[in-house]
Write a protein that binds this ligand. Structure first.
Ligand code: UGA
Length: 435
């Protein structure tokens, strides 16, 4: 089949490369000339494990193409995906749909014969109706359907998530569109991934409900971890104890410094706004957002407490800056709020991240960025683990202990065992584990 992705960002690029890998002919369109030129040279603008090889092999097989010309990309496509950004609008938290609307206008002018227009970007309920209205208005004669097909890709695991999804959600009531979408995803449901057809508005809501539910699950275990610290419980055991109940499930129960990233913070805010607009406020998600915001600053206070109540003039080594491992994404990373709060309290920050330093430099000033965890620890008064990169799981702890000015480790991801750290002579604190 011929497929077009409008937007060669994270979602468009991963989805485009995976569709091409299934054997479809895919064109990724982006207005950013530099990005398209780089992609044509085989340079991938984002860090995502496996994506460079996937793109290279499908370009070589002549199944994956890049262009800045939307007309060229869309002309013969059976399905055109809108995969442009929907950032939080400044001021009110609503999703900014200007890129989606522009894409709808551009697609309308370029389609040729029956085309399924698919919104892949995360968009508020009712956006599909609006896209349909725009296309109809721009091209009254066009034959098309507008379908919602939300993505559930995690950064760092996006290719696996695309190729082995728990489900594929397709929102449309039109039989012709269902047939096109079924053919497109056939390789996946042959692998047993369920294809769930719903109405378009329901599909749009499923995406927000899924992300808000996951954000709630994380926030729930984070608050349980605070209680564990007060009463002497172990949050990892609590998570295991509740997670073995199939109705709860064991995933997304890792306590930590609060969720971040390009999706949960933006999508929870957008869901709250939509729900308020329709006079059906989702108070549990409103609470989740405010608890998560406060949590990041609370983590800075934890570091200050570990250093006896003051960090003024002290050097704090930070391990991990990105919002999670295996990405260079710094959007809403907990490290930003934690480091800023520590700097406000007078700390000197030295930080290491395997992939995120270039992005971190854009959002964090006055940080001494170093090339290894050991350099971050050298002479530091405290070492704070903010992101659980695998490279931090097997450090030479004896060496670290001997290098630090004070052997204080604050492990916000619980990657080390308290007994081991104590035996090595560290003053160790973590999240939700004991008194
Ligand atoms: C999330 C969803 O997991 C994807 O299904 C969804 O498609 C995507 O948003 C999106 O809407 O595009 P992502 O933001 O890449 O994916 O990352 P997650 O792995 O979900 O992690 C989000 C945040 O939650 C991270 O800061 C992570 O450290 C934190 N987290 C996650 C926890 O603190 N504890 C957990 O148990 C799990």
């Amino acid at each position: 089949m011929r497929v077009t992705m409008i937007g060669a960002g994270y979602v468009g690029l991963v989805s485009g490369a995976c569709f091409a890998d299934f054997g479809h002919t895919v064109t990724c369109v982006d207005t950013h000339e530099g990005k398209i030129a780089a992609l044509k040279r085989g340079e991938i603008p984002i860090f995502e494990p496996g994506l460079d090889d996937l793109v290279a092999s499908n370009v070589k097989a002549e199944r994956l193409f890049f262009t800045t010309s939307l007309a060229e990309g869309v002309a013969d496509a059976e399905a055109v995906f809108i995969a442009v950004g929907t950032p939080s609008r400044r001021g009110d938290g609503h999703a900014d749909l200007s890129y989606v609307h522009q894409a709808a206008r551009d697609i309308a002018s370029a389609i040729n014969g029956y085309t399924v227009i698919v919104t892949k970007s995360t968009v508020p309920v009712g956006t599909g109706d609006e896209v349909e209205r725009i296309v109809r208005e721009t091209r009254p004669d066009a034959e098309f359907s507008v379908v919602s097909n939300p993505e559930f890709l995690r950064e760092g695991a996006a290719i696996i998530d695309f190729k082995r999804p728990d489900r594929i959600v397709v929102g449309t009531d039109e039989e012709r569109a269902k047939e096109v979408m079924t053919n497109l995803y056939r390789p996946l449901f042959l692998n047993q991934s369920p294809l769930l057809f719903t109405s378009r508005r329901t599909a749009e809501l499923i995406k927000y409900a899924a992300n808000a539910f996951l954000a709630t699950k994380i926030t729930f275990i984070n608050e349980i971890s605070d209680l564990c610290e007060k009463v002497g419980g172990n949050v990892q055991d609590v998570a295991r104890g509740i997670g073995l109940d199939n109705r709860i499930g064991s995933k997304f129960l890792h306590a930590g410094p609060g969720y971040g990233g390009s999706c949960f913070p933006k999508d929870t805010l957008a869901l709250i706004k939509t729900a308020q607009d329709y006079d059906a406020p989702i108070r549990i998600v409103e609470t989740v957002v405010s608890v998560n915001d406060q949590r990041k600053r609370a983590m800075a206070r934890k570091v200050i407490a570990a250093l006896g109540g003051s960090v003024r003039g002290k050097t704090v080594g930070v391990l991990g800056l990105t919002f999670k491992p295996n990405t260079d994404d710094m959007r809403d990373a907990p490290s930003i709020a934690i480091i800023t709060a520590l700097q406000d309290a007078g700390a000197i920050i030295r930080a290491h991240d395997p992939e995120g330093v270039e992005q971190a430099k854009l959002v964090l000033g006055n940080v001494d960025y170093v090339d290894s965890p050991y350099q971050a620890a050298d002479g530091a008064d405290a070492l704070v683990i903010v992101t659980e990169w695998d490279a931090f799981r097997a450090l030479d702890l004896k060496r670290i202990q001997s290098m630090m000015a004070q052997p204080v480790v604050v492990d916000l991801r619980n990657i080390y065992r308290p007994e081991e750290m104590a035996a090595l002579g560290f003053k160790y604190s973590s999240v939700g584990r004991g008194l």
